[in-house]
Each structure stands twice: as C-alpha cells, then as structure tokens.
Design a protein around this ligand. Structure first.
Ligand SMILES: [Zn+2]
Length: 384
C-alpha cells in the first residue's frame, strides 16, 4: 500500500466560523481580490469587516461557471490593484475562479500555458498568492481541491487548471451560509456531494484515509439531504451536508472520481446544465451499469464489495445488496425533482461524441472498471 494525501493548509469548520475570515485574512495580506458569486450582497458583511480591519477589497463577480476570459479579467484587476491575497466566497464557480486567479496572479505567462487538454499543460512554477476559500453551498468541496474547472466556450469544453500549488491556504466552512439556499440548489449541490463521496469510495485509487471520509459522508447525506431540502434552516442537516461536501472534496482530490464525473465535464462544456444537476441525473445509472459490469467481468472484485457497503450506509440496512443503493439514489432523485438530461437539450444524437469525450476525461481514470463505449452510451442514454 502506498498513498499520498494533500489538502488545504488549514480547515476551519462550524456554524459562525465565517467571522474568523477577517483576522486570518489580515495576516495574509492587505489588498484582497474578493471573488463572489451571483449574489454580491451575501458577501457585504465580510467585505465590510475586511475593510474595517484595514484590508482593502476589490470585488469581482462570477455570475455563472467560470470561463478562461473571466479568469484573465480577474487576474488583470488583481494586478492593477496590486492585490496580495485572493478570497473566494460563493459556490464552486466563485471558489474555482478565485483559485485560478490566485495561481495566475503570481505565475508568469498566459492561462493557456498551464491548462490541460487545450493548453500546454505546463506546471505552475511559483506558489500561488494566498487563497482563502469560503463556500456558500454544500456540494463541490472546491475549498479543498487542487483544480479549477474552467469553461472554454470557443472549444465547447470544460478543462482543469490543476496543481498542488493551488490548494487553499485556509478553507472556512460555515454551514450557516447555506441555510437560505433554495430547495433546487440544495438538491443539485447535495447530490453532487453524494456523488463525490461515492465515486472516490469505489475508485481504483481509493485509500484508507479517503475511505473514512467517504463512509462518513455517505451516512451524513443519507440522513440529512431530505431534511435540508424541506427545511433549509435545520442546522443539524445543513451541518451534515456541509461536512459531506468537505469530505467529498478531501476524497476526490486524493482518490479520483469515476464515470459520472467523466461525463459531467464534457456535458458541462457542451450544454448549459448545472454541474450538480448533471451528476444527480447520471448517478443512479452510473452506479447500476458499474455494478452489473463488475458482476459480469470481475465478480470477486473489492469494488463490488464496496458498492454493497455504499448500499448499507445509504439504506441503514445491514443486509442490503449493492443494487439497493441504486434504488435508494433513484428514489431520492425522484423525490427531489431531478430533471432528466434531455431537459437541457441533450439528445440521443449527442451520445457518440459525449461517450468519446468522456472516455478520455481525467475523472474516468478512477472508475472501478473500464467501461466499453456501449456501456458508457447506456449510462448516458438512460439519463436522457
Ligand atoms: Zn461534482
């Protein structure tokens, strides 16, 4: 056994911890680029606190999933204002955008020099500017991952800027920031969180350290997601979901993902569908095809035993079979009104190109068994 584990330098978790951002930021810099999501007023208290403490703030709004152009604009603003610190406050989009801007602020050259797939894929040569991540949703775990997912509309793809140098200096996870999320966002992000504790658990790169995070995360989603969906201010349920999201980030950054995220990247590049909704729509089908394929081609595999464990954690039934976990996921997707992928304009005719792109996606490398093009097509077609 050999494994590695890397994460943010410091993680602070708990209701009310957002108040700890100001004193920590003050130790890292005096001029902050504050990258925020679509509701800038949500960051108003944080910005006021920073300014009162002598940290000048330059706000940069990220309305949707970040594009290459948007990252370049943010870096330009940060250079112009001589920022020495970046804070990402928002959902996965704002945090990933901030992470990329912090990296580009200190490294020479253009974004394309460092991008996977469409760029030169060079390594970042210099440490990123200090970066503080403050998630306001519970799903992506982006506060502890080492990549930023960026869209290139020109290439119709989503690609990652990836480096251990991009890990946040500080991640502050305050479940209270998620209390007012509407049910739809709670459902999409919550099922992304669930996907991100299941895929690393059955991944061929799983290790004992990530296993603990995943098992704990699966259990918490199982007991809390419905409650958080129906009663947003249920502090206990929101805390469970924020923890599951954090654990998913810790796990996926170190153990990889699988078929669901393998499809999510190319789908998100070609269609305007939210990442969480895409993962939710694919999850039961990805699990089902993986289980069936493992039974047929690798019946003695450890991964199959792991799918059974997932089912037992989700259902709370000590005798549950792997397929019962699929059923549990299918039911919650139905109850939480997860739309099929067809509602985002994805058609049967798009299946071949998506299968081709998914089979080359970096997330697919973690899938517990290599799926054929036909099996991949089945996962996607069922989710349409
Ligand atoms: Zn995800």
């Amino acid at each position: 056994m050999r494994f590695e584990f890397a994460t943010a330098t410091r993680i602070v978790f708990g209701v009310g911890t957002v108040r700890e951002v100001v004193p920590a930021a003050r130790e890292m810099g005096r001029r902050a680029l504050v990258v925020i999501g679509r509701s800038p007023q949500r960051a108003a208290a944080l910005v006021a606190g920073l300014e009162a403490a002598g940290v000048a703030c330059y706000r940069f709004a990220v309305a949707g999933e970040p594009t290459l152009e948007l990252v370049r604009q943010g870096v330009e603003l940060a250079r112009q204002e001589q920022c020495d610190l970046v804070i990402g406050f928002g959902g996965g989009s704002a945090i990933d955008a901030g992470k990329a801007m912090a990296a580009l602020l200190t490294n020479p050259g253009d974004l394309m020099d460092y991008l996977e797939v469409i760029g030169k894929g060079e390594s970042l040569s210099v440490a990123a500017a200090p970066f503080i991540a403050v998630p306001t949703t519970a799903g992506t775990g982006a506060e502890v991952t080492r990549n930023a997912v960026l869209a290139s509309p020109e290439h119709r793809v989503k690609v990652s800027l990836r480096s251990p140098r991009m890990l946040a200096r500080l991640a502050v996870v305050d479940p209270e920031l998620t209390f007012d999320l509407p049910p739809t966002i709670t459902a999409h992000t919550g099922l992304d969180a669930l996907t991100q504790v299941i895929e690393p658990y059955v991944s061929n790169r799983a290790n004992p350290l990530t296993d603990g995070f995943c098992a704990e995360g699966i259990q918490r989603v199982s007991r809390a997601l419905r409650r958080a969906y129906y009663a947003g201010h249920d502090a206990e349920a929101r805390t469970d979901m924020s923890l599951a999201s954090l654990f998913g980030g810790l796990a996926l950054a170190n153990a990889g993902l699988g078929v669901v995220h393998g499809f999510a990247a190319p789908l998100g590049g070609m269609f305007p569908a939210p990442h969480g909704a895409v993962c939710a729509a694919l999850l039961p089908h990805g699990m089902e095809v993986n289980i069936r394929t493992l039974r047929a081609r690798a019946p003695e595999s450890e991964s199959l035993r792991r799918f059974q464990k997932v089912a037992r954690l989700l259902t709370g039934q000590p005798s549950a079979a792997a397929e019962d976990g699929v059923q549990w996921v299918r039911e919650i997707c139905q109850e939480l009104n997860i739309p099929p992928l067809g509602s985002y304009g994805i058609r049967e005719a798009d299946v071949p190109v998506l299968v081709e792109r998914a089979s080359q996606a970096s997330s697919m490398k973690g899938n517990p068994i290599v799926l054929t093009a036909e099996e991949l097509g089945e996962v996607l077609t069922r989710a349409l």
